[in-house]
Each structure stands twice: as structure tokens, then as C-alpha cells.
Write a protein that binds this ligand. Structure first.
Ligand SMILES: *[C@@H]1O[C@H](CO)[C@@H](O)[C@H](O)[C@H]1NC(C)=O
Ligand SMILES: *[C@@H]1O[C@H](CO)[C@@H](O)[C@H](O)[C@H]1NC(C)=O
Length: 487
């Protein structure tokens, strides 16, 4: 295969534009020469009187869709997909929507119209996870998910015939842990209908455990506990292949963020060191237990170490322990995907690279460029043939049910923006309503629900929902912590 046939898929998050200063990421920051597919996250499943529908999640979606579409003027081969779901979306709407042919058909019809309206090229299901009771999806949703994928593919084909447009692409972001794969995916059925899967091969370890562990190791380590030996990217890829997914439909997901831990004792800081809890939030991403790569390369005083067996770096900075990827490990992962004959690589998420080169010293997009050079077969570093390293036997289900062995693609960053960080009108769902009489332009509390407010412009009132835990503050006109809002 020529390098040009390999996919470099990047997720674009519709909240990264809310970050402050140099970390603010907008469509204009994308370098389209470094990717083949952009997946916009997230839209959501909703329903109204006419049935299940696809809906955007932010006020700014429409504007960003059209900015992304305009990139195609110069890069006509670039593909734009819209992702539905994500970790915070939950499973309830998916469960219900996928449960019957009729409800699936409602949703798919709405989705096709939405995608054609915004001029996108495809759709990515990000249900986390079907068949996973811990996440609220009962066992039969494994079958329903496969049916949803099949129905969507058929409908996309039908639509292409009647519209004369190229068929919409169909992908799914899928779990990497053995338990989540077994309980969630009818792999052979899905394989026939998807163009490719985005394998979320990260979050294998995190501060929900008792010790440090790298969340996105490429290979296992000799001295790992047996139950951890399948918690790495190579094992996940092999497991999906064994279940019947053709390698060239597997797009290996890599993380542009680190998972962080607070060490119990800073003197004890290897892999498997005891921890006190999650690492402290980064100054831009503001979420415990993770740091964007650009925040990691700001840590001047960090001591970098390299795990020769995992093939990934980790850093120690005081009592903070960070397992992440850098240019060296990502070049290897690109090379791994190429030598293994995979469809390509996927990135969660593009906004967490040092995209302007303002934080580090390697210029813009150091991670994406390193990943791409590995994928293209340029500058291979220690690219040992992966197959000699793979244990040929099928990995036994090792991850413990109930543990988020691979919480999600979106778990890493889809936290509600903190009140200080966000302008209310940017962060909420856009849905029209006509309950109150028009109060004039501006933001107004919803008299019936303190967690909601109305954003009013040009005679239209949009009902908006504050992020979980927050209420509308009529004084500051933002979503705020309840204790800050005067009764
Ligand atoms: C339901 O949503 C769809 C898609 O947004 C819209 O076209 C339709 O008018 C809505 N139906 C009702 C009854 O509100
Ligand atoms: C780096 O790893 C080696 C081998 O595990 C270990 O001996 C050394 O202490 C580590 N250094 C740091 C700074 O963690």
C-alpha cells in the first residue's frame, strides 16, 4: 500500500475553542496537509414529537461546520465526519433509539438530512458502550448496535442512489478492552458495514486504580500483573483482528494527552508505584487526572523516562506522574500501524497537540507530524516487526468487568467547561422554543428550571441547558456554581 492510502483521522472537539489564550483551538488552526479525515465531536441523539433525531450540542456548531467545509476548497480529498455520542452523552438515548427498526429508521433519516445540510461526508457512532451494563446499556444492545450499523449502511447506500452524491462514510469509535469488546460488538457483522473503526486504544490505566500505569502503552511489560497484559494497544489491535475485523478497517487511536497521578511518595515513582489519587488539573484543560500534550511540554522541570517495553515515555514532576506520548513514541505507533497493515491512525484530539508551536520548541504540530512520518514510513525509529512480539495465543478476557478499562475517547476531555472558562451562549445546546413571550435580545433565566436559560436573538428564543452541576446566574449571565447564585 502506498502511504497515501493510509488514513490519518483526527477528532475535533467543539469545546476546545473555549480554552483560554494560546490553547484556544478553532477550525482555522487545523493543518489540513497533516490529516485525511476530521471527525467533529459531538452531536447527540435526541427525540421530539416526530421521533428520534440527530442534534448539535453547541451554539457555535453551525459556524464551525461551515468553516470546516471551506477547508475543502483547497483540500478536496479531505473527509469531514460528524460523531454522535461520546462519554458524557451516556447510553439512555442510544438504548432506546436502537431498540427497534422503526426508531432506528427515524434517527437515520434525520441523520442523513443533517449531514447533507451541513455538507459533511460521513458519520461516526460513538456509543460508549453498547452491551455494557456498567454504562447503562443492557446485554441486548450489543445486537441492537450491530443492527443500527447495518441499517445505517443500507440507508446511506439507498440515499446515494437517489441523490447521486457519493455515499456517506460510516465509522464507529470502539472500545479496546477485551471485556468491552466481547460484551459490545458483533465484530463480523459490524465489519461488513463500516468503512473503518476508530479503535480507542487509550485510557487502559488511570487514577481509578491504586498504582501508576501507562494509559496507552504500545506493548505489554514482562513484569506486569497477568490481568494487565492485554491492556495495551498491540493486544487490542490483535484482539480485534482475531474477532474478525480486517486489519485495513482498523484505525489505531492514539492520545495527544497524558493520564496523570499524584504519587503517594515522590521517591517511589516507577511504573506500578502507589498513588494518592488523580493528578492535578492542567492550567488550560482544567480536568483532574489528565494533561494535554501542550501542557506537558510546558513542564520544564519534569524528568522524562522511557519504558523500553511499553515503548512510551512517562514523566515525573514533584509528586505528579504522567504517562503520555511524545514525538518518539508516536513515530513508532505510526510505523506500527503501517507495518501491521492497519487502515491508519486516529488522534484524540487534534487540539491537544502543540498546534501553534507556542508551548514547546519543535514548531507547530510536533505530535501530528511525528505520527504521520511514522505512518508514511519515513524515519522509522526502532520499528521492530510487531508480529514477532505478539503473543500468538488469544488474550483471555483479562480486564475486570466494572472497571473502566478504556473509559472513552471523550472521557479525557469532555468535561463541562468551568463557569469561569465559558461564555454561556457558547456552551449549550441549541434548540428552539416558544414557551415565553420574547423578552428582547440577550440571556434570560428559564423561570421553570434553574439549570436552564434562554438565549434570545433576532426574535428567536433558544432554550439552553447548563452543564451538569451548574445553574444559570442571572447577574453574571453565565452558568455558575449554585452557591454563587443569589436566591
Ligand atoms: C423534530 O426535529 C426535526 C429535526 O430537527 C424537525 O425537522 C422537526 O420539525 C421536529 N418536529 C417537531 C414536531 O418539533
Ligand atoms: C527511569 O527508569 C529506570 C528503569 O525503570 C529507573 O531505574 C529510574 O529510576 C527511572 N527514573 C525516573 C526519573 O523515574
Amino acid at each position: 500500500l502506498s502511504s497515501s492510502s493510509k488514513k490519518l483521522v483526527v477528532y475535533f472537539t467543539n469545546w476546545a475553542h473555549l480554552r483560554k489564550d494560546e490553547a484556544r483551538f478553532v477550525p482555522g488552526d487545523i493543518d489540513p496537509s497533516l490529516c485525511t479525515h476530521i471527525i467533529y465531536s459531538f452531536a447527540k441523539v435526541n427525540k421530539n414529537e416526530s421521533g428520534f433525531i440527530l442534534e448539535g450540542t453547541q451554539w457555535s456548531d453551525m459556524e464551525m461546520f461551515s468553516e470546516l467545509v471551506s477547508i475543502k476548497d483547497k483540500y478536496p480529498n479531505l473527509k469531514l465526519l460528524l460523531a454522535v455520542g461520546g462519554w458524557n452523552h451516556g447510553t439512555a438515548m442510544f438504548n432506546e433509539m436502537a431498540s427497534s427498526a422503526a426508531t432506528r429508521a427515524q434517527f437515520i433519516k434525520s441523520t442523513i438530512k443533517y449531514l447533507r445540510d451541513i455538507k459533511f461526508d460521513g458519520f461516526d457512532y460513538d456509543w460508549e458502550y453498547p452491551g455494557n451494563s456498567d454504562r447503562g446499556s443492557p446485554p441486548e444492545t450489543k445486537r441492537h448496535f450491530a443492527e443500527l450499523i447495518q441499517d445505517t449502511r443500507s440507508a446511506f447506500e439507498e440515499e446515494a442512489k437517489t441523490s447521486g452524491k457519493p455515499r456517506l462514510l460510516l465509522t464507529a469509535a470502539v472500545a479496546a478492552g477485551v471485556y468491552a469488546v466481547d460484551s459490545g460488538y458483533d465484530v463480523l457483522t459490524i465489519a461488513k458495514s463500516v468503512d473503518f473503526i476508530n479503535l480507542m486504544a487509550y485510557d487502559f490505566h488511570g487514577s481509578w486504580e491504586d498504582t501508576t500505569g501507562h494509559h496507552s502503552a504500545l506493548y505489554h511489560r514482562q513484569d506486569e500483573p497477568p490481568a494487565h497484559k492485554t491492556a495495551n494497544q498491540d493486544a487490542a489491535v490483535n484482539y480485534w483482528i482475531q474477532q474478525g475485523m480486517p486489519p485495513d478497517k482498523i484505525v489505531l487511536g492514539v492520545a495527544f494527552y497524558g493520564r496523570t497521578f499524584t504519587l503517594r511518595n515522590p521517591e517511589v515513582h516507577g511504573l506500578g508505584a502507589p498513588i494518592r489519587g488523580p493528578g492535578t488539573p492542567g492550567p488550560y484543560t482544567l480536568e483532574p487526572s489528565m494533561l494535554a500534550y501542550f501542557e506537558i511540554c510546558e513542564l520544564q522541570s519534569a524528568q522524562r523516562n522511557w519504558s523500553c517495553q511499553h515503548k512510551v515515555p512517562y514523566s515525573i514532576c514533584g509528586n505528579q506522574w504522567i504517562g503520555y506520548d511524545d514525538t518518539e513514541s508516536l513515530r513508532m505507533k505510526g510505523e506500527y500501524a503501517r507495518s501491521k497493515g492497519l487502515g491508519g491512525v486516529m488522534v484524540w484530539s487534534i487540539d491537544m497537540d502543540d498546534f501553534k508551536g507556542k508551548f514547546g520548541t519543535m514548531g507547530p504540530y510536533p505530535l501530528l507530524r511525528a505520527l504521520k512520518s511514522g505512518l508514511d514510513g519515513r524515519g522509522s525509529l526502532d520499528a521492530r516487526p510487531s508480529d514477532t512480539q505478539v503473543a500468538p495465543t488469544a488474550p483471555k478476557p483479562a480486564d475486570v468487568p466494572g472497571k473502566p478499562s478504556s473509559p472513552s475517547v471523550s472521557n479525557s476531555a469532555q468535561v463541562p467547561p468551568k463557569p469561569s472558562q465559558s461564555k454561556a451562549e457558547d456552551v449549550h445546546d441549541k434548540s428552539e422554543t416558544g414557551v415565553m413571550s420574547y423578552p428582547g435580545d440577550g440571556l434570560f433565566p428559564d423561570p421553570k428550571d434553574p439549570t436552564k436559560y434562554y438565549s434570545c436573538a433576532n426574535g428567536i428564543m433558544y432554550s439552553q441547558q447548563c452543564p451538569p452541576g451548574l445553574v444559570f446566574n442571572p447577574v453574571t449571565k453565565t452558568c455558575d456554581w449554585p452557591q454563587n447564585v443569589r436566591k
